[in-house]
Design a protein around this ligand. Structure first.
Ligand code: OXD
Ligand code: MN
Length: 596
């Protein structure tokens, strides 16, 4: 039983009850009994399908509406009183107007439904780096996912006491109408409202809505950082573990890097890799002046297609029990799930993600609509299942960050790795980060899309102010600040083949990064920052020729001239909100590239 005495929560819940008019109200307490009862109910209504409990214990399948399979960026709003505070990269609406619109949509929509109240903590309960939220929802699917993705417990309310420092989250499924679907953040009121969706990224309000959009706003006010970053620990043969935080746009292998398996030659030398997080990092300056990070989440919400025993065995193991699969294909005979890339060959017969019979011979690799699983199908898996999980995962103080890496998919411009000359140089790299679109996504291939710090869809305020906040954090840390790097696993030759093998071999690059942090490996100064020479990277057992290594560590004057023109256009968007220091760094880069 939950007893809540916090007056600010009680009065908000009263308001919500009046607005939504539920038949019943149920507090979620995080207990196994309640979770079991909800699973049974979801299976009885057809909302979930229980999978074979011997092969996949505690695992269930769910299908969303066909029109509701991804985050909807064009329907995501930052509602600040001043438009300027949302900035040029966010959709904006005045809060009063948006509250009215959303309340009109949600009014009475819980009639005949249960109002579930979920008290949750982002981060270890009671940690000074953690924050608390309350989500109300009319979806059992949301409840069961939140039980995996966050820490749900009555203790959350004990820790909060009478404080008003908690995030209000209202989710109402209504009738999943795409025309009236809105995902809105009110950062000045610590409030999130999501209506007419039941897809994870839009409705698990602790994740993108709270832990990135609202939290980035709070972080600026309170002097910390909320970032779209994985956190990974690398133990070197000396036994020292360095933690690295990394921001990458989607489809660049963040989850794979967080769960990397060392290549044999490095494993033999004693290298080990530990996962702290795969998507979000909250970071604060610790007593010793260094930057400390926690993963505020408690689960992985990973993309299923392409995940297999070779690409990411740790992710697969994580999703082998207590997990929810959304919009994957169903192997009804086996009571298991399948997605493109799980095995080389699909089973002969499946139920596709829309619930229709699917046969292997109907599949045409050139036509995405014939896939058995939705390309954005997901697994929601408990972090604690992950075989490479770091012992520090629950440490309320977080882990000290030695290096921050930014990365994208660039066929030509960016070398395999380079280091910013200082913190501001690193912020410049992050603020100009870009990735090329692939054939996997709709639209033209090879178009460069700027996605600063991989936060474009997630920054809860003006991105110009966000860059300034980054610069300020660096000033506070001085020489204790993490070193900042850029990586690019995706360089191609003239024939369009990838030059770098990626996956586990990326550890060689992380190793150079760590060496730079320790001051034990060399580099040469270039127009864009410090570049390793081939001999600075451990290539023991690596099947890449010296010529190719030289190629991927080189920079091309023409490509960088084009890059500079694009950066200038990108910076224009921010007007006078762009920090002067970044403008200066661009001028310096221009001069150096011109002299190349
Ligand atoms: C994303 C995700 O869309 O993590 O970035 O799901
Ligand atoms: Mn993400």
């Amino acid at each position: 039983m939950i007893s809540c005495e916090n007056k600010t929560i009680l009065s908000w819940l009263e308001e919500m009850k009046k607005l939504l008019n539920p038949d019943e109200v149920l507090w979620i307490d995080g207990s196994d009994e309640q979770r079991e009862a909800l699973r049974r109910k979801a299976c009885a209504t057809g909302e979930m399908t229980m999978l074979d409990q011997e092969k996949l214990p505690g695992c269930y399948l769910h299908r969303t509406a066909v029109n509701d399979v991804a985050r909807v960026e064009d329907r995501t709003f930052i509602c600040t009183r001043e438009k300027q505070d949302a900035g040029p990269t966010n959709n904006w609406c005045a809060p009063d107007e948006m509250y009215e619109k959303l309340y009109n949509i949600a009014r009475g929509s819980y009639k005949g439904r249960v109002m579930y109240i979920i008290p949750y903590s982002m981060g270890p309960i009671g940690s000074p780096l953690s924050k608390i939220g309350i989500e109300v929802t009319d979806s059992i699917y949301v409840v069961l996912n939140m039980l995996i993705m966050t820490r749900v417990s009555p203790r959350v309310l004990e820790v909060l006491g009478e404080s008003d420092d908690w995030v209000r989250g209202l989710h109402a499924k209504v009738n999943v109408d795409p025309e009236n679907r809105f995902i809105c953040q009110f950062p000045e009121d610590n409030t999130i409202i999501s209506v007419n969706s039941a897809y994870g990224g839009n409705v698990l309000l602790g994740k993108k809505c709270f832990a990135l959009r609202i939290a980035s706003f709070q972080a600026r006010k309170e002097g910390w950082m909320a970032e779209h970053m994985l956190i990974v620990g690398v133990k070197n043969p000396a036994g020292k573990i360095h933690y690295i935080a990394g921001a990458f746009p989607s489809a660049c292998g963040k989850t794979n890097l967080a769960m990397l398996i060392p290549p044999e030659a490095l494993a033999e030398k004693g290298y080990e890799v530990f996962t702290v997080g795969d998507d979000i990092a909250w970071m604060r300056i610790g007593e010793d002046g260094r930057l400390y990070a926690i993963n505020p989440e408690y689960g992985f919400f990973g993309v299923a297609p392409g995940t297999n025993t070779k690409s990411n065995p740790n992710a697969l193991a994580s999703a082998s029990k207590g997990s929810i699969f959304t919009n994957v294909a169903y192997n009804e005979k086996e009571g298991t799930v399948w997605w493109e890339g799980l095995t080389d060959e699909a089973p002969e017969e499946l139920i596709d993600w829309k619930g229709n019979p699917w046969r292997r011979e109907d599949y045409n690799s050139a036509d995405k609509s014939t896939c058995a699983a939705n390309p954005n199908s997901r697994f929601t898996a408990p972090v604690i299942n992950c075989p490479s999980l770091s012992d520090e995962f629950e440490n309320p103080k977080g882990v000290p960050i030695s290096a921050i890496i930014f990365g994208g998919r660039r066929a030509k411009t960016a070398p395999l790795v380079y280091q910013g000359v200082d913190w501001a140089g690193g912020v410049f790299i992050g603020s100009t980060m870009a990735s090329e679109t692939t054939a996997a996504a709709a639209g033209a291939v090879g178009v460069t899309r700027r996605d600063p710090m991989a936060m474009l869809p997630f920054c809860g305020y003006n991105m110009g102010d966000y860059f300034a906040h980054w610069l300020e954090m660096g000033e506070k840390m001085g020489d204790k600040a993490p070193k900042i790097f850029n990586v690019n696993w995706f360089r191609k030759n003239e024939e369009g083949d990838f030059l770098w093998p990626g996956f586990g071999e990326n550890l060689r690059v992380l190793n150079w990064i760590i060496g730079r942090c320790e001051g034990t490996v060399g580099a040469v100064e270039s127009a864009i920052g410090y570049l390793p020479r081939v001999e600075d990277i451990d290539t023991d057992g690596l099947e890449v020729s010296r010529e190719v290594m030289e190629d991927i560590l080189s920079i091309d004057k023409q490509a960088w001239e084009k890059e500079i023109a694009e950066i200038e256009a990108h910076y224009e968007k921010f007007g006078d909100k762009l920090p002067e220091l970044l403008r200066e760094r661009l001028e310096i880069l221009k001069k150096k590239v011109f002299e190349m």
